[in-house]
Structure formats: structure tokens, C-alpha cells
Design a binder for this molecule. Sequence first.
Ligand SMILES: [Fe+2]
Length: 244
Amino acid sequence: MAANLSQFIDIHVHILHGLDDGPKNLDESAAMAKAYVDVGITCLIATPHFIPGTAWAAGRDCITNILQDLNKYLFEKDITLKIFPGMEIAYHQKLMDRLEKGVLQPLGESNIYLLEPSFNDSSCDLLECAREMMASGYGVILAHPERIPSFQETAEPLVDLVGQGLQVQINIGSLLDKFGESSKKLAMYLIDKNSVHFLASDAHSSTSRRPPNQADWQKLIGILGDDLLTRLCVTNPGSLISNI
Ligand SMILES: [Fe+2]
């Protein structure tokens, strides 16, 4: 069956204003929302960064409040888009502690968390943390490992952990040559190893690092084919949100 952009459910989007390097105000958030609605997309998950010790560390209450403000604003502008709350949680040492205390926002009301690897550090501690989270009954989706130098060096420990239940999200931009040859190469390798579960935009604005449009979608069909694109962008995210 032909893959349809309007059915895409984007599980990794920086659309909430003032929380991170995403939109600065409600108008910029609304412009992003409109870019989704214009191609027929109806729902997504907002995933602001959570990087403790930085200005990008909004808690759950703050995310809820900003999302409420955005929903109200979109209603006034007649933009209809269902937005679930989420968080892109940077790996850090106290992550398990914060998780147990309920500080961290899962994807919707699920027990699944979007985990962001460090661009600079070794990924050993991150993978150990993901293993511990899964052993404690939490679901883990690893955000864009294909962009991370330590995984580009060796992806085997990651592929092993996928065999134990870790889920992987890669960025559309990596497949569309936005993040360099190494990112694309690892993305394709992980796909080949059956180790990718979600494809998401990781969009930050309506212009640069933006939501996908029809031209992007046609390129993705050319790279992945209709069936795989549908699985990564529609079926798997659909199963995820049916549980949240
Ligand atoms: Fe992100």
C-alpha cells in the first residue's frame, strides 16, 4: 500500500515554545503546527529537551502548562492538531533516580521514555542505563543514535540491546543527507539490521529543521519503499499512541 504523509505520526518534535532550542513564542509554535496540518498530519508528540543543569530542563508541570497554552492558541487559530506531551531526556547519571521520583515525562501517559544520547561521551553508560530502565519495566526509545559518533564507531552493542527490547528512532534528516554521510550510513545499517522502529522529524521550527513536506516524503519512499516507510512512520507510532 502507498505510504501516505497525512498518516505520519511524528514522535519527536520540539514544538513547545520557550523550553529549549525549538520555537521562541506561540506564533512560531503555531507555524510549525500549521506546517503539519497543511500536509494532512493530525497528531504528534511534543518532546522538549531535558538536560539537567542547563536552561533546557523544564519539568512535567511546565510542559503541561505550555502545551495547554499552545492548544488554546491553536484552537483560536482554527488549527486542529492533537499533541501528546513527551520529553527528550538526555542521558545523565541521576536519570534512574529522577525516573523513579516521577520527575521525567514519558511519551503521553505510557511508561515509554525517549532517551537522548550524548554527542560527545562514550555510549557505554547510556546503554547500561537503558538496560536498567528496561529491567525495571520501562520502555525505552533511543533518539537518533545514527548521529552519535560513538555509535558510528561501533553499533554492535546497540544492535545487541535492540535484541533485548530497546527501540530505536532515527531522524528523517539523516536519510535526507542533512547530517552528513556517517549519519546516513549508520541509519541505513541499522535499518538493514532490523534495528529501527521509528522515523521522526526532530523538527525545531517551521523553516530550518522543519516538519516533512511532500517532496521529503517522496524521497523517503524512494529510499525505504512504501511498506517500510509506513511501518516506521505510521504503524509503529500508531501502536505507540494507541497506548497513550
Ligand atoms: Fe530532539
